[in-house]
Design a protein. Structure first.
Length: 252
């Protein structure tokens, strides 16, 4: 499934969680790194006006659908995609790392949240080794020298998989830089996944997610911050729906 962003296209190249885990397993077994991004409408809004973010997306090895609108657009285009939120992949990816003997690194959020999230992961996943917990300071820039130091610290610690919890576009930009500078490490951009695990943020109840209303739950939990964001997301939907329908007609 390809999604148009200006003159560029972003390919959602893994259809579901099983395909993602299999692709990551192959990379771990070969000692090859990767960058994983989970695309949603908010990302599409940001991609339109941020060339650096767009370049970072082009450097991702794996892109999955994080958000029901992406899944629905795929259906309009006659393509099969399943919902694969980054937050939902934290535990499966951690289990996979333990199975393959790959050390885990946590980057982002706060020291308190990383400590609590790390403890929760180690309790839930026997044999998991967390070799690095790094909470960059406020104002962290993935292009600055400190980011390079973080990548080198991860490499020195022998980390093979990193959960990036920096928010978009910082996490995707750091993942893209990591692919170039530390090619043996896998980077998974998981947004608030670690904060959900630590309890620093509350996620929508499971039943809310089951009816595809997590966006509404989040919006009403922080309306001043999120209502403008979601308004921008809804504004771009008609154009993407039209392009998805055209894609379906062209494939006939």
């Amino acid at each position: 499934m390809k999604i148009r962003v200006g003159e560029e296209e972003i390919a959602v190249n893994l259809p579901d969680a099983d395909a993602l885990l299999e692709a990551v397993r192959r990379r771990m077994q070969s000692g090859e790194g990767f960058a994983l991004a989970t695309i949603n409408l908010d990302h599409l809004v940001k991609l339109r006006g941020d060339s650096g973010f767009l370049a970072a997306y082009r450097a991702q090895d794996f892109v999955v659908a994080d958000g029901n609108p992406i899944v629905w657009l795929a259906r309009l285009a006659g393509k099969r995609l399943s919902l694969v939120p980054g937050s939902d992949m934290v535990m499966p990816l951690a289990r996979l790392a333990a199975e393959e003997g790959v050390k885990l690194g946590l980057v982002g959020s706060t020291e308190e949240s990383l400590s609590a999230a790390g403890a929760a992961l180690e309790t839930a996943v026997p044999g998991l080794e967390i070799a690095a917990r790094i909470a960059p300071p406020m104002g962290f820039d993935p292009d600055e020298p400190r980011a390079g130091e973080i990548l080198r610290d991860l490499q020195t610690a022998g980390v093979g998989l990193v959960f990036l919890a920096l928010g978009a576009p910082k996490q995707e930009r750091l993942a893209a830089r990591g692919r170039a500078e530390t090619p043996g490490i896998g980077f998974a951009s998981i947004g608030a996944g670690l904060d959900f695990l630590s309890g620093a943020q509350n996620r929508a109840p499971r039943w809310v997610r089951a009816i595809a209303m997590e966006w509404a739950w989040r919006m009403f939990s922080a309306p001043a911050r999120l209502m403008p964001r979601y308004a921008r997301c809804f504004a771009i939907l008609p154009g993407h729906m039209w392009r998805a329908l055209r894609m379906r007609w062209q494939d006939r």
